[in-house]
Design a protein around this ligand. Structure first.
Ligand code: PLP
Length: 397
């Protein structure tokens, strides 16, 4: 019954999910408090109280045909106006509802964008390490994923290497900053350099190249770190924004795609996004959640909790002799495996009930990802296990 392509996808299916299931199994065996599950990027910080208040209020006060009905495939016009206004206030732009397409989280948004722009055989470029689910999104669209090798230890874009991977077939480049899995935020200079390469390559090949900025972590930037606004630097940019992490609403599946007027054929592109939303079967983003995020578009989660975790984890692990880049954003730490095969290192960690994700899942073997969107106590209590591992592997513990 199952297609050959899907059989292959099932076999390769997300290592992260498998780890999550392993966490549940270990929690049943040893008790949840004795398992240090750093596998999944599921926010542990609560959504702002105003979210639940809005849900109740909207359900009580909105005409039910509006609340539960079909709508324009790009979403409620008043919601899109509100979101455009907030972007304008933050970034000094002049957008309106025609620039916004509501989407089903960043995952839905990425699939819609790729569906709208990819021809069979086109190439989509990512820089390793990258969010592993892109593999599925890119193959859904019939494109080929081209991976630019990682640039350790900083994991900033190596622009020369990036340029070498662009060909006549490159239709899109996906960037993700703040980054999952490294926590690195690309600087304005990084973005300008990427944009300059793309402009040059478009001219050289006479092609269109889209820059897709996947931004679920935009609001998770610590100590005032600035996250550049990509459409300021490159005209053919899609911003794919999500409220999954910024408002701790991953199960609600809500986000938006921003298309700047400066994009080539912007109006037609927006129509294509609208049709792609319909034919992929989303039809529109969830109606109640559209209204909720419009009311809460300036609400914030308590990112101090993540910041506290970030510092405790980074300080704890580096004192034990582990090497990693200090994350400026998101809620992940990307740690160099002290032994060659990071999968073996994950197995060693599992003996201490510590669950980590191998870097191969992100196209970057030799590293592991630790998701620190967990209780502070989980981090503190895991240190004993990390110390044992450090000693057994001869680090400076
Ligand atoms: N992109 C990145 C980089 C992510 O880390 C995630 C989720 O972890 C997603 C996209 C998907 O997010 P959403 O829940 O908005 O679909």
């Amino acid at each position: 019954m199952i297609s050959d392509a899907m059989k292959e996808q099932v076999v390769k299916s997300s290592v992260i999910r498998q780890m999550f299931e392993e966490g549940n199994r270990l929690a049943q065996l040893y008790g949840a408090e004795n398992v240090f599950d750093f596998s999944l990027g599921n926010p542990n910080v609560a959504a702002p109280d105003s979210i639940n208040d809005s849900i109740v209020n909207i359900v009580k006060t909105t005409e039910t045909t509006k609340l539960h009905g079909y709508m324009n495939n790009t979403g409620f016009p008043d919601v899109r106006v509100k979101i455009a206004d907030i972007i304008n206030k933050r970034f000094g732009t002049g957008y309106n509802e025609t620039n916004i397409c509501m989407c089903v989280g960043a995952a839905g948004g990425m699939n819609v964008i790729l569906k709208a722009i990819i021809n069979p055989g086109d190439e989509v470029l990512v820089m390793a390490p990258f969010f592993g689910e892109y593999r599925g999104y890119v193959s859904n669209a019939g494109a080929k994923l081209v991976v630019v090798p990682p640039n350790p230890p900083t994991f900033r874009p190596d622009v020369e290497l990036f340029a070498k991977h662009i060909t006549e077939k490159t239709k899109a480049v996906i960037i993700n900053t703040p980054n999952n899995p490294t926590g690195v935020i690309y600087s304005e200079e990084d973005i300008k350099n990427i944009a300059a390469v793309l402009d040059e390559k478009k001219k050289e090949y006479g092609t269109d190249i889209a820059l897709i900025s996947d931004e679920p972590y935009r609001e998770l930037a610590y100590e005032g770190a600035q996250v550049p606004f990509i459409p300021d630097h490159y005209d053919d940019t899609f911003v794919c924004y999500s409220y999954s992490k910024s408002l701790s609403l991953p199960g609600e599946r809500i986000g938006y795609i921003l298309v700047s007027d400066k994009m080539k054929h912007a109006g037609d592109v927006m129509t294509a996004l609208s049709v792609a939303t319909r034919i992929l079967g989303f039809v529109n983003a969830p109606s109640l959640m559209q209204l909720v995020v419009a009311e809460n578009a300036e609400a914030e989660v308590n990112i101090e909790a993540y910041d506290k975790n970030r510092k405790a984890l980074y300080d704890g692990l580096t004192k034990l002799g582990f090497e990693c880049v200090y994350p400026e954003g998101a809620f992940y730490l990307f740690v160099k495996s002290p032994i060659e095969d990071e999968k073996d290192f994950c197995e060693i960690a599992k003996r201490e009930n510590i669950l980590l994700v191998p870097g191969g899942a992100f196209g970057c073997p030799g590293y592991v990802r630790i998701a620190y969107c967990v209780a502070y106590d989980t981090i503190i209590n895991s240190m004993e296990g990390f110390e044992k591992i450090a000693k057994s592997l001869g680090l400076n513990a």
